[in-house]
Design a protein around this ligand. Structure first.
Ligand code: FCB
Length: 457
């Protein structure tokens, strides 16, 4: 390798002017105060109380107690130089039963949070749905029911009515793939159903909810509206297997939102589970209405190969004969392989296949087995992970991707869904017994990245 190539890989890089740096969290993962100020139960309250569903029987009842500590948390973010903060609104705080009467104390909390952020010069980025569906709606069918999409749009309008004068950027859904395929297909997430047909109905009603909510937000004058998808580059030695899994993971969401159509191959393959009769005339026009920003959550790529006799992976309905394989790359504490170059590939592919939509990384980060020693967490593996992924994002920008910002998952350690509190994704360490927060070395390193708008080797 020539010297110039080496320095190009490891040297200084600067991001475009105006590039936005920040972090992300989600309501159920950090807020706690599960029974306070009129909050109703969500599907994650129910699921986390169901024996065997969450490691250690953990729940979000207390979590990071952010509901009470949000002022300190915002001050901490400001100290860390964050420019933007993506958080989610808990629908059951706003409408405890998922429809009907509004609980003003829920809206009050988010208004206080937004004001606190703005007071510190941090741009709020609101996610309307990060998985905590009001249980009352699940009892009526949840995302398998069209009604949930309609209620979601009403809820979106209510939230915008209170916060719309001070929040510019709105994300409707976080990772509808997880809500549908993990929640209704594989039963790994709430509500824990294991019916592939229900997963496809959930995909459509989530997307319809996005479309209906987008129309409401637009009508109310929202400045920037988008959706966040968890996308993974799929590779492997068999093009059909790759197309199959890419369809289920990526195109089933990207194509309706950005091209107003479901991918024909996915529709055909799913016919053994569903007749798609839940798709009505006009739905795809709503779902495919223009968005201003596509949120990309990227963690790890997927590699597949054909293997005779392989049973279907319940997470990917109809994947019989396809094996999911991992190479010998480094893995995080989640077991996810670390492949920064796949982020470049993903962003470049999105710009090529779905041109014209600005991109923002709404989540990227890693869990490692961090330890607090003498008041310090020396998480050099997280620093290396972020360094590699920031460089990969920069390479995508150089290749023409219209990437506008980068939000690291997560501000602080939190409730990692079915994994409970054991998996630590935070830039800030949380001692759950004392609720003490300690910025890890990665947080201090990240502060410098933000300050320089780039990386200096
Ligand atoms: C994503 C979720 C987020 C967090 C990270 C690790 O799938 O959106 O809440 O759990 O994974």
């Amino acid at each position: 390798m020539g010297i110039s190539e080496e320095t190009a890989g490891k040297g200084d890089i600067t991001f475009p002017k105006g590039f936005v740096w920040g972090t992300a969290t989600a309501s159920y993962q950090i807020e706690g105060a599960a029974h306070e100020d009129g909050r109703g139960p969500s599907i994650w309250d129910t699921f986390s109380r169901t024996p065997g569903k969450v490691v250690g029987g953990h729940t979000g009842d207390v979590a990071c107690d952010h509901y009470h500590r949000y002022r300190d948390d915002v001050a901490m973010m400001a100290d860390l130089g964050m420019q933007a903060y993506r958080f989610s609104i808990a629908w059951p705080r706003i409408q405890p039963d998922g429809s009907g009467p509004v609980n003003p104390r829920g809206l009050d909390f988010y208004e206080r949070l937004v004001d606190e952020l703005r007071g510190h010069g941090i741009t709020p980025i609101v996610t309307l749905y990060h998985w905590d569906l009001p249980q009352a709606l699940e009892d009526r069918g949840g995302w398998t029911s069209r009604e949930t999409a309609e209620r979601f749009a009403e809820y979106a309008a209510i939230v915008h009515g209170r916060l719309g004068d001070r929040v510019e950027t709105w994300t409707t859904l976080n990772e509808p793939w997880c809500s549908s395929f993990l929640g209704y297909g594989a039963g790994i997430h709430a509500p824990g159903r294991t019916e592939p047909g229900a997963a496809f109905a959930a995909v459509h009603h989530l997307l319809l909810g996005h479309g209906l909510a987008t129309a409401e937000l637009r009508a109310a004058g929202a400045k920037q509206v988008g959706i966040t998808l968890n996308l993974a580059p799929i590779s492997g030695n068999d093009p059909l297997a790759v197309a199959h899994i890419d369809g289920l993971q990526n195109r089933i969401f990207l194509d309706p939102v950005l091209r107003k159509e479901y991918p024909a191959d996915v529709v055909e393959r799913a016919r053994r589970f569903t007749d798609w009769s839940f798709v009505r005339d006009g739905d795809l026009d709503l779902i495919g209405a223009p968005i201003d920003l596509l949120g990309v959550n990227y963690y790890s790529p997927t590699t597949v190969e054909l293997r005779a006799g392989q049973p279907a992976n319940p997470v990917h309905p109809g994947s019989e004969g396809i094996a999911f394989v991992q190479g010998d790359e480094e893995r995080t504490a989640m077991g996810w392989s670390v492949v920064p170059s796949a982020l470049t590939d993903l962003l470049v592919r999105l710009s090529r296949d779905y041109p014209g939509t600005p991109l923002i990384i709404t989540e990227n980060g890693a869990a490692f087995d961090d330890v607090l020693v003498d008041g310090r967490v020396a998480d050099e593996r997280r620093i290396a992970f972020l360094d590699g992924h920031f460089r990969a994002a920069h390479a995508a920008i150089e290749a023409g991707a219209d990437l506008r910002g980068y939000l690291v998952w997560s501000l602080m350690d939190n409730f990692e869904w079915a994994e409970g509190y054991g998996k630590r994704f935070g830039l800030v360490h949380v001692d759950y017994a004392s609720q003490n927060r300690v910025p890890k070395d990665s947080a201090l390193w990240y502060r410098e990245v933000v300050r320089r708008n780039g990386i200096r080797s």
